[in-house]
Structure formats: C-alpha cells, structure tokens
Design a binder for this molecule. Structure first.
Ligand code: ZN
Ligand code: ZN
Length: 328
C-alpha cells in the first residue's frame, strides 16, 4: 500500500482506491466527486456507484466498468478484493483487501447512523484500518437526525405562508432528508430544484421510495407558498431562492454544527444532518474493527491519531491530496 500523487496505490494488485487522477485501474468507494473522478480505464465499484458515476460523469465514468456487489470477492493480481457497505450514500463501500494473510480495510466515507437510503455500515475486523476523519474532533457530535427533521416540520407549521428552502447535497443528503421527512409523517409534495431530480430518480430506480416529488418551478410562486423546496447549497444562497416569497433558508449538513458557518451562509434554520461519522462513531468504529494499526486520512487527522495512540493502536495521519469534501 503506497501513497502516490494519484492516490492510494495497492501495489500487489496494481490498482488505486479513489485515485484523484486518471489511472489504468481504479476501485471506487462511492459516487461523490472527490472520490469518483472521471477518466479511468478500468473501474470496479458496486452497481449503485457505477450507476451514479454514469449519470454524473457520462463518458468519463470509465472505459471498462465492472460491478462488484457487497460480499462478493474478486482477485486482482495477488490481492483479494471485497466491498462492504459503508452506510454513507447509495452504493457506498469500504474496500476490503486481503494479501499474504493480512487484511487492510479502506473505509471510504462512512457513517454508523441508520439511513433508509443505503445499506448499513458493516465493521470488518482487520489488521490495518484506513479511516476517514471528516468530523474527527471531539466537538463533533451529531444530534439525532429525526430531531433535526422535526425542527423543519415545526417551522413549516408555524410559518405556513413561507416557502422553506433547504440546501442539500444532490447525492445522498437530499434523498436521506426526504426519507427522514417521510418517516416523520411529512406526506405533502416536496419540490426539487432541477439539479436534484436525476439522482432522486436514480435512487427510486434502486427501490428507495421518496413519495411525491415535484419540480420547483420558481415561476409558480403561489404553489410554493408554505411548501418545502430542496436545492443544492449553491442555489440556496443565490438569486434562485430569493425569487421565492420571504423564504425560510435552511441547510442540512454536518457543518451546521458550526454556528459561524450557518451565519456566513445566511442560514436561518441550520439542520445538523451528516453522512459522515461523528467523533463517537469514529472512535467506536476503531474499537469494532480492532485493527492494531490505523491510518487516518481525509479530514481532521491529528485528534483521532492521538486518540488511537492512547489506546495502544499504531496510528498515523495519511496525507492524501485532492479531497475537497462533497456531501458532508
Ligand atoms: Zn462522500
Ligand atoms: Zn469524501
């Protein structure tokens, strides 16, 4: 296992995991743009991730695409490769690598919270665990997601005249928030910015029920009064949302925990809903996989390295370039 400019390289297999530059052979953990880059010659991923890549990248999704479902094993070079659910977004996987009697697991992005839109994270005991650490500080503790969703439903009830525009990442957060709203009993139509529609259709194609969705045509202002509108985070801040009548601006993200971020983005109703493990989930996962060696990447490495070291785990920070988080 080597860190190259292209990304994490598995030498005895001759392939990369989530490389940031086009390579001959790539294993992709999930469809977010910081992991699924265009232009690889051969791509191995779950069928969910491949479908997402084809939709988002078109031709760039990869020359030859091979689907590997959770639990199936394949041999690449001298390495046995398996994918295990990561609980992050539809199709998201950890990469389980076996070579010479030892097992390395690359977590990709993951969370432990229950999410109706994807298979739950499966801890895989291993010798080396390479973990993300997007929210790798003890201050990050995500509140229960249904509580956050109830705040949104409550606001819709007390401001029945105002549109509620919720900023959500197109892949994952949008669909999870919709299923949470449905689970909390919100059964009115949900209006979608055009950029969110294709991925919702894709999720529905994979059997995730989202209830009634309608296009948020800003022209039909009357219809959007008191309605719930979802849009990408960028659109929420710009003129698109301001054309609505006196909207309540909300945003669903793990970063909403940081009040200053919410204020900077003009968010009136911050919803702390994250698709990444919080501090407790990260440390619990280190226990669950029981790896004597941990590499920490992709976020706030130092605190988790420190925590692991104190528990007698050999730990180090792995500097991987090119991960500007999408969908936190
Ligand atoms: Zn991700
Ligand atoms: Zn990521």
């Amino acid at each position: 296992m080597k860190v190259c400019p292209e990304g994490l390289y598995v030498e005895p297999g001759g392939f990369y995991v989530d490389p940031v530059r086009p390579v001959e052979r790539a294993v992709i953990t999930h469809g977010h743009s910081d992991h699924a880059r265009p232009g690889h010659a051969n791509v191995l991923a779950t069928s969910g991730t491949l479908a997402i890549m084809r939709q988002r990248l078109g031709e760039g999704a990869g020359g030859a695409q091979q689907a590997l479902e959770y639990g199936e094993a394949i041999r690449i070079g001298d390495v046995t490769v398996r994918l295990a659910p990561a609980g992050h977004v539809l199709g998201s996987a950890q990469v389980v690598l076996e070579y010479n009697g030892s097992r390395v697991v690359v977590s990709g992005d993951y969370k432990r919270t229950f999410d109706r839109t994807c298979a739950p994270f499966e801890p895989v005991p291993c010798d080396v665990f390479i973990t993300e650490a997007t929210f790798g500080l003890p201050v990050f503790r995500h509140p229960p997601d249904l509580g956050e969703v109830r705040k949104l439903i409550h606001s819709l009830e007390i401001f029945p005249e105002r549109s509620h525009v919720v900023g959500v990442y197109a892949l994952g957060k949008c669909q999870r928030l919709i299923t949470l709203l449905r689970a909390a009993g919100y059964d009115r139509p949900i209006y979608l910015h055009g950029a969110l529609e294709p991925i919702c259709k894709l999720y529905e194609g994979f059997g995730i029920a989202l209830g009634e969705l309608r296009p948020a045509t800003v022209a039909v202002k009357e219809e959007l009064k008191g309605a719930l509108v979802m849009a990408p985070p960028g659109a929420v801040a710009d003129r698109w949302a301001r054309r609505l009548t006196d909207p309540v601006v909300a945003m669903a993200s793990g970063w909403m925990r940081v009040r200053q971020r919410a204020r900077q983005r003009g968010v009136e109703l911050p919803l702390v809903i994250s698709d990444h493990a919080d501090w407790d989930e990260l440390t619990q996962t280190l226990e669950d996989v029981g790896a004597p060696e941990v590499w920490v990447t992709h976020g706030r490495e130092e605190a988790l390295v420190h925590h692991a070291t104190q528990r007698g785990i050999r730990a180090r920070a792995l500097a991987l370039v090119g991960f500007e988080e999408e969908g936190a």
